[in-house]
Design a protein around this ligand. Structure first.
Ligand code: HEC
Length: 121
């Protein structure tokens, strides 16, 4: 009976985890792809400067949504969710024309803080 209960609890926690991770929806881009497109090629800067087209703002929102659905190579999952969730939320608002949210992205995408915590050296 104890074993059964433990099994049920394990299954329930797994279900909660999967749900938190948007029910296993697979990320459209890998972390590397997001880094290259959004950060190396300068999409983030364009959007944060307020000069991006609607298509560019939407692309960044897609990239950050995918980022939040990825699992980082290292570091605390909660912190990853917090950092990437903030990026996904602000970029989604920016895609809809919220200029304040677009500007806030430059601060939210803190390269060093995130790399120190989540990037493998
Ligand atoms: C929310 C976390 C996070 C933020 C913010 C972040 N990065 Fe990254 N970045 C990562 C992780 C994790 C990797 C390692 C990916 C891997 O090894 O799969 C990475 C890798 C990279 C890479 C290597 C990509 C490759 O594989 O070719 C570049 C370039 C990069 N980041 C640039 C930046 C720049 C520039 C910024 C700031 C504008 C930034 N990143 C902000 C998490 C982040």
């Amino acid at each position: 009976m104890k074993i059964l209960a433990a099994g049920v609890i394990a299954l329930l926690s797994l279900a909660v985890l999967l749900d938190a991770n948007q029910a296993g929806e697979k990320a459209k881009y890998t972390i590397s792809e997001v880094m290259v497109k959004a950060h190396k090629e300068g999409l983030l800067k364009t959007v944060a400067s307020g000069k991006a087209s609607e298509a560019q703002r939407k692309e960044l929102a897609e990239l950050y949504k995918a980022l939040s659905q990825n699992t980082p190579p290292k570091g605390d999952a909660e912190n990853w969710k917090k950092m990437t969730g903030a990026l996904a939320k602000a970029s989604a608002a920016a895609a809809k024309g919220d200029e304040g949210a677009a500007k806030s992205l430059a601060k939210l995408a803190n390269c060093k803080v995130c790399h120190d915590k989540h990037r493998e050296d």
